[in-house]
Design a protein. Structure first.
Length: 269
């Protein structure tokens, strides 16, 4: 990847393109950060790889807020964005450049690349997100880093959690007895935010995993729980089962000075 930054020429498009990425394997708040940006800059087009989807190729998940496919086709993160952003358009594709070209041809005025730091063939404004503390700076598999830490010098801005952006967690429909079910990356990071009371059992699945209705029903019955406690990301995969849900809502609040810097980039166009 380091060599590609020197030998691959980045293509310039005629609209602002903002990339939100990180250097760590697993979640660091990219999806809620993208949602926060797209909520501020309405009518954005978000381009994602569509991790965990059962489809391939370029798929329009939503166009101007109209959802065009199901969650198995889009992937959980893309569907979450489509449901929370009524004015945005969402595209998933393994080929981000192809998706950018389609968005531009369709009249997009602002593109946000979800997890786009390694796409060195596209000229863009690079945002890197970091956790408040990194305990191990070794590259995977020796540590949690996807790339060497020094590569963040290629970003326009590097944002640290609790300094430049903050996670705001809230809950709806909490019950006295809940079964916690998660299919997210690095679920340990959410432990500090969980309710102190009410969780009587847990089931942790791999990131992006889909749920089997019979398995979930059995777990719910055997645990004696009154509801499933799930993240918004998992709601989009489990809501079709019509089970009682307690939902963990996560949003990102971005420091005003950071938003001003992003505004200045967008205003160039």
């Amino acid at each position: 990847m380091q060599l590609r930054r020197f030998f691959v020429k980045a293509e310039e498009f005629d609209i602002p393109i903002i990339s939100v990425g990180n250097l760590l394997v697993g979640g660091s708040g990219k999806t809620p950060f993208v949602i926060a940006l797209a909520s501020r800059y309405e009518e954005s087009t978000i381009i994602s790889r569509g991790y965990g989807r059962l489809s391939r190729g370029l798929i329009e998940v939503s166009r101007d807020g109209e959802i065009l496919c199901d969650v198995e086709t889009s992937g959980d993160e893309a569907m979450l964005m489509a449901k929370l952003l009524p004015n945005a358009s969402i595209i998933v594709s393994e080929d981000r450049k192809e998706a950018v070209r389609k968005a531009v041809n369709d009249g997009a005025r602002l593109i946000i690349l979800d997890d786009g730091f390694n796409r060195v063939d596209i000229r863009k404004f690079e945002i890197i997100l970091e956790p408040s503390k990194i305990n191990n700076s070794f590259v995977f598999p020796a540590g949690p880093m996807r790339e060497f830490a020094f590569t963040k010098k290629y970003a326009n801005i590097v944002l640290r959690e609790d300094r430049d952006f903050t996670r705001i967690v809230s809950f709806s429909n909490l019950k006295d007895k809940m079964l916690l079910v998660m299919a997210i990356s690095n679920p340990k990071r959410l432990i500090p935010y969980l309710p102190k009371k009410g969780i009587i059992a847990k089931k942790i699945l791999p990131d992006h995993a889909y749920f089997d209705e019979e398995v979930i029903l059995t777990l719910l019955r055997d645990s004696g729980a009154d509801s499933l406690l799930v993240t918004q990301k998992d709601v989009v995969k489990i809501e079709k089962f019509m089970l009682p849900l307690s939902i963990m809502h996560l949003r990102i609040e971005i420091k005003k000075s950071i938003l001003k810097e992003i505004d200045e980039y967008i205003n160039i166009y």
